[in-house]
Design a binder for this molecule. Sequence first.
Ligand code: 5GP
Ligand code: MG
Ligand code: MG
Length: 187
Amino acid sequence: MEKLEVLITEEQLRSGVAELAERINRDYNGEELLVVGILRGAFVFLADLVRRLTMPVVIDFVAVSSYGDDTQSSGVVRILKDLDESIAGRHVLLVEDIIDTGLTLKYLYENLKARHPASLKVCTLLDKPSRRRVDFNPDYAGFTIPDYFVVGYGLDCGQRYRNLPMVCVIRQEQEGCPPFAGGEQPR
Ligand code: 5GP
Ligand code: MG
Ligand code: MG
């Protein structure tokens, strides 16, 4: 772990997720919610979040890839796995691990909006607003962080570290990690 430095502890994650869930519970007031996780990074956050939701919940996933490396989104987003559910007329909450340039979510948001959900909101665990390249603001954000490359709690570096229970900053360049890995990266 010497190359990793803890940025957000397990305890901070727990209370941050609890606060988000409370706000969501209040806002939807018992209405059924279709929670859509963006694979792969959102899976840990989504698992913790949905266990604190009190309305009826249906869960689905979408997988996207973006051509470029993990620290520089190209804006060309491709859906690798689409939703299994139809979202027309339903309340949809898109759950993401981190918003960086905003390109991925802007694309997905517009793609899903065109399917006429009753409502569409976005909940992200982490937000890096200083890196934004398009105007996109989440409805719910757990933690705003500086321009660090972070791993853990679902977030990867070269597909590793997703299992860490806390969010860490990588302080040193590591082999197989972005920005060195190019090509089409699963998120
Ligand atoms: P963007 O908002 O730039 O389109 O892309 C967001 C995606 O880029 C995230 O879902 C995540 O996969 C990846 N990403 C952006 N910043 C980071 C980071 O600090 N750490 C990790 N592991 N992935 C990141
Ligand atoms: Mg993601
Ligand atoms: Mg990644």
